[in-house]
Design a protein around this ligand. Structure first.
Ligand SMILES: [Zn+2]
Length: 146
């Protein structure tokens, strides 16, 4: 006995056992092999799936498609949480690094603030041990909202 993975013209793949390879050829030629799913008798040997994962572009194409709707909803939820947190926080704009540093050193009373900092400024603050965190969603400066 021999087993073949067969595929119909409707892309259904199914297994069929034959007495021999020639029995398969004979039965196929006579249209005796029918797809168990749709009854199609136009069958070919299915190409076996390779055991090794395909590389490069092939893999990228096979990735699950992104779900823009779900992503948008998640982003909106994050934006909402952040907006809530920022309600009690003061926008200091470009003075952020300076203010954060002066609060950290005790020169200014501590208060929640948010503002803009360059990557260099943010790195310097982290290195100095100033507790800063990047905003999850970009905030539009109040002066640019009109
Ligand atoms: Zn079929």
């Amino acid at each position: 006995m021999i087993v073949f993975d067969l595929k119909c013209s409707g892309e259904h793949v199914f297994e069929v056992w034959f007495k021999s390879s020639s029995a398969y050829e004979e039965q196929r030629a006579q249209g005796l092999i029918a797809c168990p799913y749709c009854g199609d008798s136009t069958v070919t040997k299915a190409v076996m799936a390779p055991a090794v994962a395909p590389k490069g572009n092939q893999l990228a194409e096979k990735k699950a498609p992104a779900k823009p709707e779900a992503f948008k909803a998640a982003l909106a939820a994050i934006a909402q949480i952040q907006a809530k947190q920022l309600e009690t926080s003061q926008w200091v704009g470009r003075a952020f690094a300076e203010k954060a540093r002066s609060m950290h050193s005790g020169e200014t009373p501590e208060a929640p603030i948010h503002g803009q900092a360059t990557l260099e400024e943010a790195k310097a603050l982290v290195e100095e041990g100033v507790p800063v965190a990047p905003l999850l969603v970009p905030v539009i400066p109040p002066e640019a909202r009109n």
